[in-house]
Write a protein that binds this ligand. Sequence first.
Ligand SMILES: [Zn+2]
Length: 133
Amino acid sequence: MGAQMGKSRPVLGTDDLVMWESIARRSWSLQKCGNGHWRYPPAPICPECLSLQHEWQPIGGLGTILSWVVFHRRYFDDYHPPYNVIAVRLDEGPIVMSNLVGPEPEGNWIGRRVELVYEDHEGSTLPRMKLIP
Ligand SMILES: [Zn+2]
């Protein structure tokens, strides 16, 4: 293991690649250890039980909004304000970040149920969420 000097950049590791490939197939899969702990973000070790073993399984795609924000300022060329970012607790347990598409709730978004949808964005497939009516 050599020491790296200077600034680091995010690198897509092996585990991330498997996840993004599953998203591209519109079957978002996450790691699940032998003790049943779902894991996100992808990592070599289960943060719950430190197991090194896992298998990839598709998630059910249902979750609950934990938090949300609407950005009114432009930070990225491909995200035109206003746009939202939501934190969703998947029914499997992990918390993921996404965007709510389609109709937005009135008032407080927290606690609203959402389901996974896939959208094409700038040549990639991204996991997004829409409200369950
Ligand atoms: Zn575990």
